[in-house]
Design a protein around this ligand. Structure first.
Ligand SMILES: C[S@@+](CC[C@H](N)C(=O)[O-])C[C@H]1O[C@@H](n2cnc3c(N)ncnc32)[C@H](O)[C@@H]1O
Length: 282
């Protein structure tokens, strides 16, 4: 499956995180700034019409995921993280400095991995046990298969978190479910393992007014991928993840964290969910 069209959206997110003070300037770029400026009017319109902005959604998911990951490092002894589809996420940069014993592997499509690696190298951004590898979640075997990265690059003896952020809604449920099943299967080798992802649930995108729908259509055209909202409610999310082989599925809402984290909340209820599930060794 060719999903390279999605890669440029990482530039936008990188810019949003920087503008919000949660990332470094070296993760931004002129293209990212241009995208940010171009999409801002659509976001303002979305705010006034439906009370939800892409900007807030990107901050919400990132802050919750950071918070949960940090908690699992502190309370569960997690010492290894694989961040799949890392884009320009500053998480590896930040966590590998904060926790020098942490093994942090960032993975993305080969061309993105190359760019991220070059950025980190140029800015002395690599932590003590930190690397960026090429990986396509739909491929098998060396050099870019998910199985290859998990079996050959990760350490099977470490409690591990597998993360995807901003990835799953670009794929049909059948396709991403196959990736989830493989993560749940491959993750069983670690003494303890978790999978954390964000997703946007189906809030009735077909009901939103034309101008905002046009913004979402533009994104689909530019990425050559449709935005897929897989689940209609909590029960469906739970069932979907359990059926893929995960256990102890927890679904976090931004509203649950407003008193603990600097999370922007729009006028309407958030449509972002962070799903945290466990993978049990056999
Ligand atoms: C929306 S960006 C998300 C990046 C980052 N995690 C974030 O939240 O900004 C989607 C990322 O998925 C990557 N990607 C797309 N298809 C992929 C695939 N098949 N395997 C691995 N990564 C993929 C893109 O290169 C891009 O970096």
């Amino acid at each position: 499956m060719d999903s390279t069209g999605i890669s440029f959206t990482a530039l936008f997110t990188g810019q949003v995180w920087y503008e919000s003070g949660i990332s470094n300037r070296f993760f931004t770029s002129p293209k990212g700034r241009l995208l940010y400026k171009t999409l801002r009017p659509f976001d303002r319109l979305a705010d006034s019409i439906i009370g939800i902005t892409l900007h807030d959604m990107l901050i919400q998911r990132h802050q919750i995921m950071d918070h949960r990951i940090d908690g699992l490092i502190k309370t569960q002894g997690v010492s290894q993280i694989l961040e799949i589809a890392c884009g320009y996420s500053p998480r590896g940069y930040t966590l590998s400095r904060k926790y020098p014993d942490l093994k942090y592997v960032e993975a993305d499509l080969p061309h993105m991995a190359e760019r991220k690696r070059a950025l980190l190298q140029a800015n002395h951004g690599f932590g003590p046990d930190h690397q960026v590898v090429g990986c396509d979640v739909f491929e098998f075997g060396a050099p870019y298969g998910l199985d290859y990265v998990m079996e050959e690059v990760l350490d099977p003896d470490r409690p591990t978190i597998l993360v995807t952020e901003g990835l799953v809604n670009y794929f049909h449920l059948d396709d991403i479910s196959q990736v989830w099943q493989r993560l749940a299967q491959l993750g069983r080798v670690y003494p303890k393992a978790w999978y954390i992802t964000d997703l946007v649930y189906n809030f009735g995108i077909h009901l939103i007014p034309g101008a905002v729908a046009a913004g979402s259509k533009m994104l689909s055209l530019a990425t050559r991928a449709n935005v897929n909202l897989h689940f209609n409610n909590r029960d469906e999310i739970q069932r979907g993840f359990l059926e893929c082989g995960f256990t102890d599925v927890q679904i976090h809402r931004p509203e649950d964290f407003v008193n603990h984290l600097p999370i922007p909340m729009g006028k309407s209820k958030s449509v972002v969910r962070v799903v945290e599930s466990q993978i049990h060794a056999p």
